[in-house]
Design a binder for this molecule. Sequence first.
Ligand SMILES: [Zn+2]
Ligand SMILES: [Zn+2]
Length: 289
Amino acid sequence: MRISFHGGHSGDYCDHAGGKLEDVVRRAIATGFTHYGLSEHMPRVRDEDLYPEEIQRSRNPEQLRRMFAFYIQEARQLQYKYKNQIHLLVGMETELLEQNDFSPIDRICKTYTPDYLVGSVHHINRIPFDYNPAEFKKLESMLGGTEAVFCAYYDAQFQLMQHLQPHVVGHFDLIRLYRPDFVLSPTVWEKIERNLSFGISYDALFEINARAFKKHSNHPYPHPEILNLLLTLGGKVTLGDDSHHPDDVGLHFDRLFQFLQEQKISSLYVLEKDQQGRLNQKSVRISPF
Ligand SMILES: [Zn+2]
Ligand SMILES: [Zn+2]
C-alpha cells in the first residue's frame, strides 16, 4: 500500500517546486497510491520573508496568497475529478515565522478550510534554517551555538503543536538537515520527548519523510533513535514523500519500505474524509507494492 500525507508541492503554486499539480495526482494514481495528501506551503505574509526565487519573479505576499487560493481551488477540483481512483486530501503545510505569531496561520485556515494540516516549522526568528547552510550558521551565531538552535526549534514546534494540534507532524527533526552528526544533549532530548508525548496526547500522526534520502541522508526523518522513542511511547506514524515535482511522487519509497522493515514497523495510519466531511484515522498494514 502506497500512501503519502505530505507533498504535492508543484510549480503551479510554489516557486521552489516544479511541474503541474494535476500531473502529481495522475502520477500518484499511476504508481498505485491509494491515499495522497496535498499540502502546499502556507503563503508568507511579509515582504521580508520572501525567498530569493520569489523575489527574482517579483512576487509579493498578496500574490502568494492568491496563488494559494488557486491551489485550494484546483486541488478541490482534482479531489472530485479523481475521487473514484484515489483518496485525495486538500491540505496545507504550516509555517511559523516567529514564535507565538499565529495570526497568519489562523487567518489562512479560517479562509480556506483545508482538510488537514501538516504541522511544520522551517524558520526560527524569521530565518529559514533549512534554506541553505549559511542561514543555519547565521542562526547559530545569533543564538549562541547548535544546541541553542535545536532547543529553539523544538520550542517553536511545541508551540505550533499546542496551538494547532496539526493532524500530521511534518519532518519532526528537520533541524538536523545541516547538522546531521550533532550529538543531542539531554536538554534537547527532553524537548523531543515532550513534543512527541504532546503529539501522542492529541492523537497526531507523525510523518516518516522520504525526502531526507534525496538530501543524502541514509535514513528518513525522523532519525531512527527518535522514531524508536516515538514508537515506545505509543505514537502513530504515516508516510510522506514531500514531493516538489511529479517525478518526486513516491521517490525513494523502495528505501523507505526497506527502512520500515528494518525498524519492524508493520502498521501505518491514513486519514480519510467521510461522507459528512469528518476526518478519520484508519490503521493499514504495510505492503510495499
Ligand atoms: Zn517546499
Ligand atoms: Zn517542509
